[in-house]
Design a protein around this ligand. Structure first.
Ligand code: 3H9
Length: 629
């Protein structure tokens, strides 16, 4: 087998090149090749300095995750990075794409780093339930400082080349298209500099106040996860003990995480997310339809949020409403959302203007004629949707994709109201649609393969994680919520309180319980709107205007800051229903709540799979991780 590592001589500079698509993961063959190439460079008297760079789309994006959990092949990455750093000749990392995880650790073990402006550096191991285990937790703080090292390791978010340069993590930003030549020139400049700068020989001062503030500020984000604390502990160790001792600590912590359930689950999700993008009977090379302009029908919360996804990705949007005031209100909310992002520093003011400038608001449905994709986001009524799709059939150009954002309804029935059911698909966004990462792509009986492939690719472009679902009431996510809600309501009748049920769900790991979710989404969602028709507890709440957080009253009472407290009125309503139904009230254990509300969801997921409404079990996991937290 040919090695993924080759070398090229540029006079006295040896360029070591990795070619291991798709992301130059540091698998065994790459590590062996690097080891051999560095030895070659050190041994060759004609070589004054070395450059490590990668072919393809990126510098090493990390250790090869597919090797985790299998017997390790020598040399391990910690050994390789140590030998790079120990080299008696300077080594320069030439970075493009994303130097992530083990890739960033390779760069840190090099004596210098140059990067193209678009490059990113990061240590995302925490997202896999791990920590940088090849010296990263010890070298990074020594090079980039304690604060940035805490941020990078514990959040896993990458930083730009510019920020890396400001922090001393990158020595020089080089030309976007001249990485190799610039890196070789740089290597010549520093070839004779002695002593060779080695990260492990530097020190970083302790600063408990910085650590305390960082831990406090991120407590909520880290809730329930073991890896962030382990990352923080390792970085702090770098400020307290010599390098070699810190490395031992890092290794022990890494192994602990690697053997644990959390990392196994997070690695499962990493691959599940990528697997979800694949559709079993649609070839990866399916020719995609070009999407240059998107139309959105409805400027409400959903329509506005959906539009923002495309505008932020630079795709122009035509948004249609029935009334001018609703249109103005909707576009006003979008602008305010963008401005709020700008105020938080997440966008530049000119990006806000560019996004809003690409929006065409209109009351005229025929303005959708030039759109390549139209997404209907009006309220859940089959009749209304069929009428809209019938009209779209007459307005939209041939080949345009017609999508519905329905959360429950039958896509085949909607498609049947057009003469082109092959172009109809479901695109179920989750609220708030500009934030939530999940997109359920609903495949109708007649949806064409290239429509599916186009929508999946587009989802990735706008930063969503897409999962294909079949036509079934509530698709994957909402269908699984239904049996949970049925059991939760029964438990209320049998003696549990909304607070107890929600508490059990949060303790289990959900961001919120069923009644908190109901209050957040709106108790009135899907309500029949007849205050005299009271058939269940929810009807009673809705009839009294207890519509949830927006009314400061739902299953809970809320203060002005939306802090919840148990509601005496709700307790009364529940008690009333218990009496009327003659149900015997008893003490309900937390365990019973887990079994009846959460196990039922597992069963429903299994049923969805059995019916072929989800492609694979891991797709169901992806729906729950990205759609419901
Ligand atoms: C680590 O480094 C541990 C060390 O500290 C310690 C060691 C001792 N390995 O995401 P994409 C595959 S932990 C194996 O669709 P993009 C991926 O499965 C690692 N495979 O592309 C997919 O395969 P397929 C720390 C990997 O352009 C294909 O590559 N590093 C790896 O949207 C394309 O991936 C990370 O956590 C890997 N490391 O995004 C970085 N990475 O085509 C993880 C990717 O068969 N990777 N694959 O489905 C990423 O974040 C993104 O893949 C990246 C590219 C941003 C690089």
């Amino acid at each position: 087998m040919t090695s993924p590592i080759r070398t090229e001589r540029h006079d006295d500079v040896l360029v070591i090149i990795s070619d291991n698509p798709p992301v130059n993961a540091l698998g065994a063959a790459v590590r062996q090749g690097l080891d051999a190439a560095i030895r070659q460079g050190v041994a060759d008297d004609g070589v004054a300095a070395m450059v490590i760079r990668c072919d393809g789309r990126t510098f090493f994006a990390g250790a090869d995750i597919t090797e985790f959990g299998k017997p390790m092949q020598e040399p391990g990455l910690p050994t390789v990075v140590d030998m790079i750093e120990a080299s008696a000749k300077p080594v320069v990392a030439a970075i493009h794409g994303t130097a992530l995880g083990g890739g960033c650790e390779v760069a840190l073990s090099c004596h210098y780093r140059v990067a193209v402006p678009s490059a990113k550096l990061g240590v995302p191991e925490v997202k896999l339930g791990l920590l940088p285990g090849a010296g990263g937790t010890q070298r990074l703080p020594r090079v980039a400082g304690l604060k940035l090292a805490l941020e990078m390791t514990a959040t896993g978010n990458p930083i730009s080349a510019k920020r890396a340069q400001e922090a001393g993590l990158v020595d020089r930003i080089v030309g976007e298209d001249s990485l190799e030549a610039d890196a070789v020139a740089f290597a010549r400049e520093i070839a004779a500099v002695r002593p060779i700068p080695r990260a492990s020989e530097r020190s970083v001062a302790a600063d408990p106040a910085v650590v305390e503030a960082f831990t406090r500020e991120n407590a909520k984000r880290f809730r329930g996860f073991d890896a962030p604390a382990a990352n923080i502990a390792c970085v702090v160790k770098a400020t307290e003990v010599p390098f070699a001792e810190g490395i031992q600590f890092e290794r022990a912590e890494f192994m602990k995480l690697m053997m644990g359930n959390q990392s196994a689950a997070q690695r499962h999700i990493f691959f599940a997310e990528r697997q979800a993008a694949k559709i079993d009977d649609v070839p990866a090379d399916t020719q995609l339809r070009a999407i240059k302009r998107v139309g959105v029908i409805g400027a409400g919360t959903m329509g506005g949020g959906i539009s923002m996804n495309f505008l932020s990705a630079g795709i122009p949007v035509t948004i249609v409403e029935m009334q001018q005031d609703a249109l103005d209100r909707g576009t006003g909310v979008m602008r305010r959302n963008y401005e709020a992002s700008a105020a938080k520093g997440r966008m530049k003011p000119e990006q806000v203007e560019a996004a809003m400038g690409a929006l065409t608001p209109t009351l005229d449905l025929t303005a959708l004629a030039d759109c390549d994709l139209v997404i209907e986001a009006v309220y859940e009524s089959m009749d209304v949707k069929k009428e809209i799709f019938g009209k779209l059939d007459g307005i939209c150009k041939p080949g345009a994709i017609l999508a519905s954002n329905t959360s429950y309804l039958d896509i085949d029935e909607i498609a049947a109201s057009t003469s082109r059911p092959q172009d109809v698909v479901g695109m179920h966004f989750f609220s708030p649609a500009n934030v939530m990462k999940l997109l359920e792509v609903v495949r109708g009986a007649k949806t064409a393969p290239d429509v599916l492939a186009t929508v999946m690719a587009l989802a990735k472009k706008i930063g969503k994680v897409a999962v294909v679902a079949g036509v079934t009431y509530g698709f994957i996510g909402n269908r699984m919520l239904m049996p949970r809600q049925v059991e939760a309501n029964k438990l209320l009748m049998e003696g549990a309180t909304p607070e107890q049920i929600d508490r059990v769900h949060v303790a289990f790991g959900m961001p919120m319980g069923p009644f908190q979710m109901s209050d957040l989404a709106g108790v009135d969602i899907g309500w029949h709107r007849d205050p005299t028709r009271i058939e269940n507890i929810r009807d009673a709440l809705a009839a009294e205007g207890r519509w949830g957080q927006k009314k400061q009253a739902g299953f809970y009472d809320y203060d002005e800051k939306r802090n919840p407290s148990p509601s005496a009125r709700v307790a009364e309503i529940i008690e009333d229903f218990r009496k009327k139904s003659g149900s015997t009230v008893r003490e309900i254990s937390d365990e019973e709540i887990v079994e009846r509300t959460l196990y039922t969801m597992v069963n429903e997921g299994a049923l969805i799979l059995e019916e072929g409404k989800a492609q694979r079990a891991s797709d169901v996991d992806v729906v729950w991780i990205y759609g419901y937290g």
